[in-house]
Write a protein that binds this ligand. Structure first.
Ligand SMILES: [Zn+2]
Length: 213
């Protein structure tokens, strides 16, 4: 039987994704052999992640109210790349092929789920209020990712053609007319996550993005 401190840490580690009880035991024994400075640094870094915030504009991970991309005025303020999770932004940034803004949905629409918790209303509000000319749907090329992109396309097109309240009811509003909706190009392996795509493939997928009509 392990000492209590070991047992507690094994339980903590075994609760992490992809870490089974055997691996947790090995990790605890490994950590036990490290010197105190290394362990202290590890523990402090672990606490530090809870000081991180969520960007109030795009829902990426942020160190303050806005994330580094939203804060950076040199970025193209007219395009939004819509992703599932903050990790996807890291992958897209590595390609250096995109210099616009982002929007993190926080997941995808699953079968039998309306996706009410996704940041879709906030995306729509951004498109309505910021001078956006292109929305790139960069959800993963999985069944759910594709379905979510399709759902978003319909939603966004509905805004594009929302009639003006007074006046010419049948005409689309001028300010949304110019929003182009695109999807990452082919080449990304179907069913895979952006997170695992190599930089060149992802960079090409961005360059070859196609307008969703
Ligand atoms: Zn942001």
């Amino acid at each position: 039987m392990y000492p209590k401190a070991f047992q507690k840490l094994i339980k903590n580690l075994a609760s992490l994704p992809s870490v089974g009880p055997k691996m947790a035991e090995r990790l605890v024994l490994f950590l036990f052999k490290q010197d105190i400075e290394k362990i202290r640094d590890f523990a402090e870094n672990l606490l530090e992640i809870k000081n991180m915030k969520i960007c109030k504009r795009c829902f990426n991970i942020a160190e303050s109210e806005l994330c580094e991309y939203c804060k950076d005025e040199r970025r193209d303020q007219h395009s939004i790349c819509v992703v599932e999770e903050p990790l996807d932004i890291i992958s897209l940034e590595r390609t250096k092929a995109y210099i616009g803004l982002y929007h993190v949905l926080g997941g995808v629409i699953q079968v039998g789920d309306s996706g009410a918790e996704l940041k879709i209303p906030q995306l729509i509000s951004r498109i309505e209020n910021e001078k956006i000319t292109e929305v790139i749907l960069a959800t993963n090329p999985t069944t759910e990712g594709d379905a979510t992109a399709l759902y978003l396309k319909r939603k966004l097109q509905a805004i594009k053609t929302t009639p003006v309240k007074s006046g010419e009811a049948s005409l689309p509003t001028a300010e949304f007319n110019g929003v182009k909706i695109t999807r990452l190009g082919r080449g990304l392996s179907t069913g895979a996550d952006l997170e695992y795509a190599d930089e060149l493939t992802l960079s090409e997928a961005l360059t070859n993005r196609k307008e969703l009509l």
